[in-house]
Design a protein. Structure first.
Length: 262
């Protein structure tokens, strides 16, 4: 599932293409909204909210979430699509661009004034340009309130802070020396954890190649994520791998160094 930095770049690319344009075509291919036609409406902006995307068109917001398979593509009119048409869930056309949402995990329309109904449950957005000390404090408070929850699950919970996916939560635990299963009540510096999370996303929001090590060389971008069985970059101990989460919901692949993380 794309992380917040990927969704942020997707929103920025879509906004650069569509901002201020008038829709010359609108084809929504989900039953609940198939009769809605926004043709003639102006695209005010496209923004991200954590891992969610919002196209604000006229007085309507198109809310989408990529989940595992989704993607938004931009094409020039008449250009062949790179994915099959049956995967398209929505097609928005302007004079210059065709924006296609493929296999979106979530696609719904709400009045822009009612966006809180679909994204209001999210915690502070780590890539919000207006992020301030109040947001930092709120995110830390929400995390700390999950006293008995394992730190990696608390970080991944979008109700606590929005934008972190599996790569970042694993890397954050390593960088802070935290065993993924350590309960939040035992995390010594929660504000510092929030600060580092924001710094990592900010550092990666403008590049396609994500890194948490500071090294963009292929195979050297991360500390532990996806490196089960390989030596820790700090101490050489083999990285362990497991899953964490309730059996009735999605379990998260977890990677950690048993020596560096306690």
């Amino acid at each position: 599932m794309p992380e917040g930095d990927t969704v942020y770049r997707t929103a920025r690319t879509l906004d650069q293409a569509l901002h201020g344009s008038i829709l010359t075509g609108c084809d929504i291919r989900v039953p609940a909204f198939a009769t809605v036609d926004l043709t003639g409406q102006t695209v005010h902006e496209v923004v991200s909210r954590g891992k969610h995307l919002l196209h604000r068109v006229g007085e309507t917001s198109i809310h989408s979430h990529l989940k595992m398979e989704g993607a938004w593509h931009l094409y020039r009119p008449g250009t062949r699509w790179q994915r099959p048409a049956f995967q398209a869930r929505i097609v928005l056309q302007t004079a210059d661009w065709v924006a296609v949402g493929f296999e979106l995990g979530v696609l719904e329309l709400v009045p822009t004034r009612a966006e809180a109904e679909v994204v209001g449950y999210l915690g502070p957005d780590l890539l919000d340009p207006a992020w301030n000390t109040a947001d930092s404090a709120e995110a830390a408070q929400r995390l700390a309130a999950r006293a008995e929850q394992p730190v990696i699950l608390a970080l991944a919970d979008q109700q606590n802070l929005a934008g972190l996916g599996n790569v970042y939560v694993n890397e954050l635990c390593f960088l802070r020396g935290l065993l993924p299963t350590r309960p939040m009540v035992e995390v010594p510096d929660v504000p510092g954890l929030v600060s580092l999370a924001r710094r990592l996303l900010l550092a990666n929001k403008d590049r396609d190649e994500r890194t948490t090590t500071g090294n963009l060389r292929r195979g050297a971008q991360v500390w532990v994520y996806g490196r089960g069985g390989q030596p820790c970059r700090r101490c050489g101990t083999p990285i362990l791998r497991g899953t964490l989460g309730r059996s009735d919901v999605e379990q998260r692949n977890t990677f950690w160094c048993p020596r560096c993380q306690t």
